[in-house]
Design a binder for this molecule. Sequence first.
Ligand code: SAM
Length: 384
Amino acid sequence: MKKKAIKYSEVRKVLKLDTRRPNIDEGLSALTHFLQSKNNGTKVNYVKYATNYLEKNNLVKEPAFQYELPIEYDIPFPPPSNPKFKFIDLFAGIGGFRMAFQNLGGKCVFTSEWDKFSQKTYEANYGEVPFGDITKINEKLIPNHDLLLGGFPCQPFSIAGVSKKNSLGKAHGFKDETQGTLFFDIVRILENKRPKAFLLENVKNLISHDKRRTFKVIKGTLEELGYSIYTKVLDGKHFVPQHRERIFIVGFDKKIYKGKEGFKFPELPKPVHAIEDILDKKVENKYTLSDKLWSYLQDYAKKHKAKGNGFGFGLVDFKGVSRTISARYYKDGSEILIPQKGKNPRRLTPRECARLQGYPENFIIPVSDNQAYRQFGNSLKIAA
Ligand SMILES: C[S@@+](CC[C@H](N)C(=O)[O-])C[C@H]1O[C@@H](n2cnc3c(N)ncnc32)[C@H](O)[C@@H]1O
């Protein structure tokens, strides 16, 4: 007899699933990962932690209940029922990569993001609580996967370790230079799990960072690991009405593909998107700049113009594309301002920011405006 499915929203209630509860441990991450991995061979990685969590928190009287029942994921972006491949989502933010690769038929089998507010948004949309600090995660916990995805924070590499090795006459590789950085965590996962391919994303400045040393070390390390590497800077304006240049680094395992993957970055569609396409007709007054802030931004721009700098606020052209939205948009919104007739300009609403990054209308925004601005500013843009 076919078992009746239980709704995920019910499971959430029974498990008192709240990412902002004090003293929450990663058991909740293990549990939500476990629930989504029952049928794809990865549950073995999570079952111990998930069971411990349930027992410790006295959450269900009958511990077998959630192991047996199929779950109907009544959330906007449920896992695919017949996945074509497995991926992991590192430095996940609000899941820009996850959204794109789930749409391609992939199943996410592990995710990590340490920010509690982003975890809340992530869980509301994908039904999984990301694990926290990646530096603390033993790679043995991570299930095998075909594809590793991650938009990692850019940090300089120390040369101290290398000069010490040199003075001891020891050979060193690029990898040694990456110790203690978040890129190193990507390296150790690639080394241990050997996914067939990976896709990393970063700001365009990664290339020039630290006199190009950072990029050289990154590329050198990935090649040392036995992956063939392709890189390209792509602009989001081909998909959304926003100028957003990001570098994409793609790698294929040479042992599997023998360098014959035949990969080419695709030709991007003509940019046809305009800011007016993503704006709401009616917007609350709270998004209009106060007289004080608007005068401050105008004075600031004047001063910098006098010095010959181009910095300042960015009033959008309705028929054009906006500047790049950043994680600091919540501060004053100055990089993207919407002119208004007879009023000071206004900032974008969080929903408009979601559209600017290509997120669909049914993406849930369960956090405050400020947190939402941070999250969308940090996010990957998705092809709408
Ligand atoms: C540039 S954002 C990536 C955003 C993501 N691609 C998206 O689409 O939303 C980098 C993320 O890494 C997270 N992060 C930084 N250090 C971390 C760590 N040690 N462990 C887990 N996540 C971390 C940050 O909180 C931030 O959300």
